[in-house]
Design a protein around this ligand. Sequence first.
Ligand SMILES: Cc1cc2nc3c(=O)[nH]c(=O)nc-3n(C[C@H](O)[C@H](O)[C@H](O)COP(=O)(O)O)c2cc1C
Length: 440
Amino acid sequence: MKLLFEDIDEPGLNTLPIYERRGGYQALREALALAPDEVLGQISESSIRGRGGAGFRMGQKAGFLPHGDMDKYLVCNADESEPGTFKDRELMQKSPHMLIEGIVIAAYATEIRRAFIYIRGEYEHQADILEAAIAEARDAGYLGEDILGSGHSLTLVLHRGAGAYICGEETGLLDSLEGKRGNPRLKPPFPAIEGLYHGPTLINNVETLATVPHIIRMGGEAYAKLGTETSTGTKLVSVSGDVQRPGNYEIELGVSSRELIYGLAGGPPSGRSVKFWFPGGSSAPVLTADDLDLPYDFDSMAKAGSMLGSGAIIVVDDSHTVLEVALKVAKFYAHESCGKCVPCREGTNWTLKMLERIQSGEATPMDLDIMASVCEQIIGNCLCVLGDAMAMPIGSMIEKFREELEAEIEAARERADAAALEDVVPLGVADERAGPMPVH
Ligand SMILES: Cc1cc2nc3c(=O)[nH]c(=O)nc-3n(C[C@H](O)[C@H](O)[C@H](O)COP(=O)(O)O)c2cc1C
């Protein structure tokens, strides 16, 4: 069952005439024929959970916004900076009008008249495509004043970020959009009550909003029948790492993870096997080959001690060491920590340093305990979950691959000792190397 990707490879789908020919903007017409509350009702009935990471129900979040005429905002999170995640890029590049249509419908449902798309700085090509599509939609009367004669108006502005991971976190994003340094805010208040320019703000991920036209077209109830009871609908999954066919796949939530990794993405190269995998971007605690038969949905991933996150599966095969991957993960989060709160700023940096000590042969197995305790102290103690996003995968690697890490510590120490011995120069040789005694 494909919804978002049904026509994704249709040539020219990024242009308005082709999008309209495939039924584009019909859902908007249907939505505008209903009252805003009824449209919100359809979204709530679909039970769609946010596709950006946290998996919060969109209908519930939109329902928190106060009713009535006031400065309210809709912000589309197109920052897509979670390592391993590249689904929003394909959506925006190939079907920008699907996102715009979703934004207009969601804004109508919540009586919002100002919307923004915050796109990561590196997505220049996708931003250019979106700019062109926004202009087309405005010229055709799908944006701007009195949309299709409904009385509803919406301005939509595309804002380009500057490539910071923290600006994907919703309140960091809002600060950045307001022209400040992108730092997370203390919550509550949550953006639905006090967000952009202190106004109530609905923030949703690209994929979440792009699904809205499909919900309206098929009806919330029918959409809720797709997937599982608590993880409804279809989901775009970015599969990368050690697989033969990396790419984006649209699946019904609840399919087996093995089917996704082996069936769709072709599994690891021949002769290799899955050692571990991140089910929801690099922030997710790792799962092992024993978990491959789990259904791929929000609750099954959570029950297994991990999370579905942004829906990005990164596969690591048995040609890699755990240390190698842990170092990459820690380096990324230490670099991206905004530094505003201590547990994240210090914790990510110290974890990286301790992993580097393993590599250079300076660590002892006790360092694994210290690292695990640092991770525990980060989790739940930061302003936002960037710190947790490092602590959770690293903690899970220590827990699940402790023996391998201990062996690595031992092997690295032996290598370092051997190298140190080579540097010790016997006395006579030292005299020869020093040359003749200087005569003063
Ligand atoms: C450090 C950090 C980075 C994030 N990056 C993104 C991102 O790039 N894109 C995204 O949609 N959500 C990201 N999120 C999640 C957002 O804070 C927020 O939950 C999401 O935009 C809500 O949309 P949704 O309900 O449609 O998922 C990030 C969260 C954190 C803590």
